[in-house]
Ligand binder design. Sequence first.
Ligand code: FBP
Length: 539
Amino acid sequence: MTESPLQIARRAYQPKMPQALMGQVSLQEGEATQSVADQEAIRELFPNTYGLPVIKVESRKSKVESHGTEPLNVGVILSGGQAPGGHNVISGIFDGLKRVNPDGKLYGFLGGPSGLIDGKYIELTADIIDRYRNTGGFDIIGSGRTKLEETWQFDKGIEVCRQLGITAIVIIGGDDSNTNACVLAEYYLQKQCGIQVIGCPKTIDGDLKNAMIETSFGFDTACKVYSELIGNIQRDANSAKKYWHFIRLMGRSASHIALECALQTQPNICIISEEVEHKQMTLQQIVDDIARVVAARAEKGLNFGTVLVPEGLIEFIPAMRVLIQELNDLLADNKALDLNGLTPASRQLYESLPQAIAKQLTMDRDPHGNVQVSLIETEKLLIEMVARRLAEMKEAGQYKGKFATQHHFFGYEGRCAVPSNFDADYCYSLGQTAATLIAAGKTGYMAIVRNLTRPATEWIAGGVPITMMMNMERRNGKLKPVIQKALVDLQGKPYQYFVSHREQWALSDDTYIFPGPIQYYGPAEVCDQPTCTLRLEHN
Ligand code: FBP
């Protein structure tokens, strides 16, 4: 046997999708749009793709609206980290193209954006697509983090597309990849080379969302997987009553994953990096807050608990951010570390850190010379510092409990999970929408599907001009047009709900929630629920 029974069953799953995408479609165009900020600068950089209208896909009784029913040859690229549902975006594009004309072809560029430049591709035939329907992972064509941002790369892309007769490219990626998709769309329009570019919102981190994009795909499944694991740990903690579990959760900068998992599982503590930054908290203040809860629970005889730590925390602590920046500068060009090069405040902070963490801060650099924060074991740092603080409190007679700990990091466990029904349906719909936009001759758009807290048949499909989501930001010392990254909104309902419950969750012995594994077959209230974040945001 080479496949599990679930794998076989999932292959036959027919994703649900918006009613409007099921038959003949027509596209309704709204008003001209503007970028979210820096309008003049963005307009100047994107003269051909700026100001396009938002598009809504609607049902239509007659013929498919497209710039002909000629077969379409399309290339697809997976960009960046894996996210559950990518294969369904691709199968949605495939089915959408075949619906326009069965002679249309879909090519997959291998290993991410570099596949386009290097001309590495496969034709995605029905046989291949069928093997990957509703599966997790990006292994159908692989992914990569090469950035498409230079003219020679765009020109190489034209050459490769011409050889294959490709007239449209779909880039499935996060904020940076979609920004690059827009730059590519603009360049191809300027060159009048007849290649459209459409983006799709992907990332488990959940930070590609805004007024037009309700959520990025993969966030739902990843959070459900992590929440299952956290729930299991909470059940264990509740049973053994002897460990504090510190759990670091992926998500790069933003704390959306940690917040969503907190809403799903109700842990004793969840740190939100955006709050830490807003309150200008020090590492010691975070440690003191945790120690306070540990001591208060110990008073009640509860020497156990759970703490959720967002992956990006360290960079949101203002003093740590300064230290990391200074270390990046000091260590540039592989120079040996000379602590005298640090400012006195940074040096003091550096020397106060547990040795192992201080070492991680100096060792792990990415190809751009930046510290790789995801490799810093913040959960261990916190454990060590909280233990130190509790020892002081014990000395002072303020704490009598026991502090035995376990640490965990959940990230890769969730990125390639079998997509939840939500992600399977959402991604397939995104793929179908992308094909619809291509058939209508659109470029510079991201495929979107909205109204996601309603049943899938009521979802609204469409396209949003990528320039509409852009502003100018400083990157590597230069002002660049980029899609705004969404951090946790401290005024938003998900965070507000968390704040209004966290004190109760901190001290209680019966508020844990145990979500259990993702369910694929059964009643909709068990299998098709979107995330708590989406439900709170959209009521
Ligand atoms: P994307 O933003 O590309 O979707 O990647 C998300 C992510 O999983 C982050 O949560 C994490 O910090 C990072 O990728 C890990 O990167 P890598 O796969 O290179 O280890």
